[in-house]
Design a protein around this ligand. Structure first.
Ligand SMILES: NC(=O)c1ccc[n+]([C@@H]2O[C@H](COP(=O)([O-])OP(=O)(O)OC[C@H]3O[C@@H](n4cnc5c(N)ncnc54)[C@H](OP(=O)(O)O)[C@@H]3O)[C@@H](O)[C@H]2O)c1
Length: 256
């Protein structure tokens, strides 16, 4: 197997580059491409037995549709997208190859995948699934086998709700009338922790977070719950109903 070539569209940056280095360390020849550089898609589909799509969520389906018809039956078509239903459906429809959806639940800033969760959707695969799982498990990943729909539903909470919350706090901070320098001397450890997360989201790759939230097919349910709970909270606080607010938290905690 070590003589196969691996191609990563989007391997010039972010998590795609991380996986390019990962597979190189495993001894494979890896070709990467971006919008303007690297091997073109037709050549990649022709030469590489494993082709991985790792481009921004909004560009993913278009890239898959372009690649798919050139993919061979004996090849593996895989993506690293943070959402799974649309990309996996597009890979199944546009190609005749084996298809696995993968979502590494970590960013490109980590050194090793040891102990990290990786969601995997083995939707049309025979020989490539054992190949992939052997490598990921050997490198210490905690593999979670799931369906694309089940993955996206969970991600509406794990990533959608989390980032929604961070973005809401950042937006409020941006128009609360006091800058961070003014608040510096009043900060608490929890405030500092939250500010670091907000900075990571707002100053890092805001487009990624926007897409993770807005393209999730289950986000509207979470968004409705978010608004409903915020209204409930507001009405309790407006009435200074601390007992009601405490009971609400205690009751809801039992459902966690
Ligand atoms: N970053 C994370 O923490 C993380 C974690 C798990 C999964 N993901 C998923 O991984 C994917 C990539 O995210 P990322 O954060 O790694 O993005 P990124 O840092 O912005 O990198 C995107 C890569 O895609 C290439 N690219 C952009 N548009 C393209 C297009 N239309 N055609 C071909 N290549 C294109 C870019 O190459 P050029 O700039 O050279 O054109 C670059 O190599 C997304 O689907 C995301 O949901 C990200």
């Amino acid at each position: 197997m070590k003589n196969i070539q691996i191609g990563i569209i989007g391997g010039t940056g972010g998590i795609g580059r991380w996986f390019a280095n990962f597979f190189k360390k495993e001894g494979y020849t890896v070709h990467v491409s971006g919008r303007r550089t690297g091997m073109d898609m037709d050549e990649m589909a022709e030469r590489c037995r494993v082709v991985i799509v790792s481009v921004p969520i909004g560009a993913t389906v278009q890239v898959i549709k372009q690649l798919g018809p050139g993919m061979k039956k004996e090849s593996l078509f895989m993506d690293l997208t943070s959402l799974k239903t649309e990309p996996v459906t597009a890979m199944l429809k546009s190609s005749i190859s084996e298809v696995i959806g993968l979502h590494p639940l970590f960013g490109p800033n980590i050194r090793s995948m040891s102990g990290k969760n990786v969601a995997v959707c083995p939707v049309r695969t025979e020989k490539w699934f054992p190949w992939l799982t052997e490598i990921l498990k050997r490198r210490g990943a905690n593999l979670i086998e799931t369906t694309p729909e089940g993955h996206d539903e969970a991600m509406a909470i794990v990533q959608g709700l989390t980032h929604l919350n961070t973005i809401t706090m950042g937006l409020v901070l941006g128009n609360a009338g006091k800058g961070l320098s003014e608040l510096k001397d009043f900060s608490t450890p929890i405030f500092d922790e939250k500010i670091n997360i907000i900075k990571k989201v707002f100053a890092g790759n805001p487009g990624l977070y926007a897409e993770i939230i807005a393209f999730n097919p289950h986000i509207h349910k979470i968004l409705d719950l978010y608004s409903k709970n915020l209204s409930e909270l507001k009405s309790l606080i407006d009435r200074t109903d601390t007992k009601g607010l405490t009971e609400l938290m205690e009751n809801r905690f039992r459902n966690f």
